[in-house]
Design a binder for this molecule. Structure first.
Ligand code: CU
Length: 333
């Protein structure tokens, strides 16, 4: 009985000393982190998992960066592509000015690296989980059941697993962690893009990757920010430089959770669209596609005229919360 009284007294004192509330005058919020530190912020939200390390993410670098792995040849002539992927879940990222979010990462970025192989290659992923929670890598595409990253849980603090399969089918596929609660593991950032090229390749083009994502920074299962490649409004402030009369190929993957649909509208032009990228012939010529969770495809277009061309979610709420950008087309000299 005495113990209960003491505990109650301590908790009551603590509650009044550090109420989890906002100061109406300054907008400053005070709360405790998991390790007991007192955190104050004027940002919209500070994730209560505190870490001193703040990640930087460069959407320009991510846009055209493809990881083809460490390449070698097997005795039978098969190309082996090996990748080392490390999961972590303790990093903070300033996803918008003053808004910090606890990101969970594959190789230190959200999205993780774009993994690229050719149909028929042997893909081998050395996965290391340096997080504080269990994680896996679940790839869309064809592979044996035990390589699916669903039942083979990889433990926290250095657990390892080697995924291996023959690359296919041709297309653009997402990968993501598949540990429950799945929504939590995805929304924190454990996802990326896996491209399988046809053996004969595709026509030469200026290629780029766009992952449509969102961030729920106040944990109410609604996204507060939306983006193409993580940073809201990034490509509006830093237009994507392209050349007129150059074929542009965009691998687009929708990883937005909570909202049932996302979409992509291009201004001043239309694009050939290949759903999932699995067909060599486009299915439609349009300026607007609608994508549900993990739906993806390949867009191809070229601009005849120089100028600034907006691309954005035509779900206007998403574009006004960050999912909007610009192509800046110029004539090549
Ligand atoms: Cu996970």
């Amino acid at each position: 009985m005495l113990f209960v009284l003491v505990v109650t007294a301590v908790l009551t004192t603590f509650y009044f000393a550090y109420p989890n509330s906002s100061n109406a005058n300054t907008g400053e919020k005070t709360f405790l982190s998991h390790n007991g530190a007192v955190i104050k912020t004027t940002g919209e939200v500070l994730d209560p998992v505190y870490s001193a390390q703040t990640l930087e993410f460069d959407p320009d670098k991510y846009l055209r960066e493809f990881n083809y792995g460490r390449v070698s040849k097997l005795a039978d002539g098969t190309t082996l592509r090996e990748f080392t992927i490390i999961a972590e879940d303790d990093k903070m990222m300033e996803i918008s000015p003053g808004v910090f979010y606890n990101v969970w990462t594959f190789n230190g970025t959200v999205p993780g690296p774009t993994i690229r192989a050719t149909e028929g290659d042997l893909v081998r992923i050395h996965f290391i989980n340096n997080g504080a929670r269990s994680h896996t890598m679940h790839f869309h595409g064809e592979h044996p059941g035990e390589m699916d990253g669903v039942f083979e849980i990889v433990g926290a603090g250095g657990g390892q697993f080697t995924y291996e399969w023959i690359a296919g089918p041709v297309g653009v596929h997402p990968y993501h962690c598949h540990v429950m609660p799945l929504e939590e593991h995805i929304i924190h950032g454990l996802y990326g893009v896996y491209i399988v090229d046809p053996k004969d390749g595709r026509p030469q083009a200026d290629e780029m990757v766009m992952v449509l994502n969102g961030f729920d920074t106040d944990f109410d299962t609604e996204n507060n920010f939306y983006a193409a490649n993580t940073i809201p409004f990034y490509y509006q402030h830093h237009p994507i430089q392209i050349s007129t009369n150059q074929l542009i190929r965009v691998y687009v993957v929708n990883m937005v959770e909570f909202d049932p649909i996302n979409n992509l509208h291009l201004h001043g032009n239309l694009y050939q669209y290949y759903p999932t990228g699995t067909d060599i012939v486009p299915s439609t010529f349009t300026d607007m596609i609608t994508l549900s969770q993990t739906e993806r495809g390949i867009m191809e277009f070229s601009h005849s005229y120089p100028g600034k061309y907006l691309f954005h979610a035509h779900k206007v709420e998403f574009s006004e919360k960050g999912w909007t950008g610009l192509f800046l087309a110029t004539d090549k000299e």
